[in-house]
Design a binder for this molecule. Structure first.
Ligand SMILES: CC(C)(COP(=O)(O)OP(=O)(O)OC[C@H]1O[C@@H](n2cnc3c(N)ncnc32)[C@H](O)[C@@H]1OP(=O)(O)O)[C@@H](O)C(=O)NCCC(=O)NCCS
Length: 187
């Protein structure tokens, strides 16, 4: 969408999306549980849907935070991914995704995971383009926006610390650390 036609702000509710899919046997791994990659692909789709709807442009995935598969998803369960735009920068958007899995026979619903996708809107020439601001319609929307600012600050600080730690790594001097690990040197 050309910048001239874009609204200055869009409400959170405008781009809220839910994607529901039945977990069929071909999605299972050799242990009979659903492949993590199937769920990742669904998360990417729903993040794209929410981000591009808000932006009015195609979006690309830049980074993913908080993907943990702590509870297995079973064949036959109905998985729903609830996505909303939690935060917008200039060209980037943070989409929060809550994943729930329902056993249709018992009606039991488990919350399997919440994760965050950073997406960037692109114009027709593939360049990052400005997205509308976000109208926060509820106190929950404000909490999520504020949390996203903290999340972003934390990630940037953490990345800087990690880069420093990596640049301080001296393989020859740190080899003794491997003695406590489950590895053996074979060269
Ligand atoms: C992400 C991408 C657009 C950044 O391009 P760039 O020329 O560095 O653009 P900018 O520096 O202007 O950054 C654009 C936005 O991305 C954000 N961004 C860039 N790198 C980021 C990162 N590692 N994590 C989170 N956000 C990031 C910037 O903060 C900026 O946000 P803002 O405009 O809201 O402030 C570019 O690297 C890209 O197109 N990557 C490929 C993405 C893709 O194709 N994904 C599909 C999977 S293969």
């Amino acid at each position: 969408m050309p910048d001239s036609l874009k609204p200055e702000f869009r409400p959170v509710s405008y781009s809220r999306v839910t994607l529901t899919e039945l977990m069929i046997p071909s999605y299972a791994n050799f242990g009979g549980k659903i492949h993590g990659g199937i769920l990742l692909s669904l998360m990417d789709k729903v993040a794209y849907a929410a981000a591009s709807k808000h932006a009015g442009n195609y979006c690309v995935t830049v980074s993913v935070d908080g993907v943990n598969f702590l509870q297995p998803v079973e064949v036959g369960e109905l998985v729903s991914l609830l996505a909303s735009v939690n935060y917008v920068g200039r060209t980037s958007l943070l989409v929060g995704i809550k994943v729930i899995a329902e056993d249709v026979r018992t009606g039991t619903v488990k919350h399997t995971n919440t994760c965050y996708f950073t997406m960037v809107a692109k114009d027709d020439d593939g360049r990052p383009t400005t997205v509308p601001g976000l109208t926060l319609e509820t106190p929950e929307d404000s909490r999520r926006f504020l949390e996203s600012i903290k999340r972003r600050e934390f990630r940037e600080r953490h990345k800087a610390e990690f880069d420093n730690a990596l640049s301080a790594l001296a393989v020859h001097q740190d080899m003794h650390l491997l003695q406590q690990e489950r590895c053996q040197i074979a060269y």
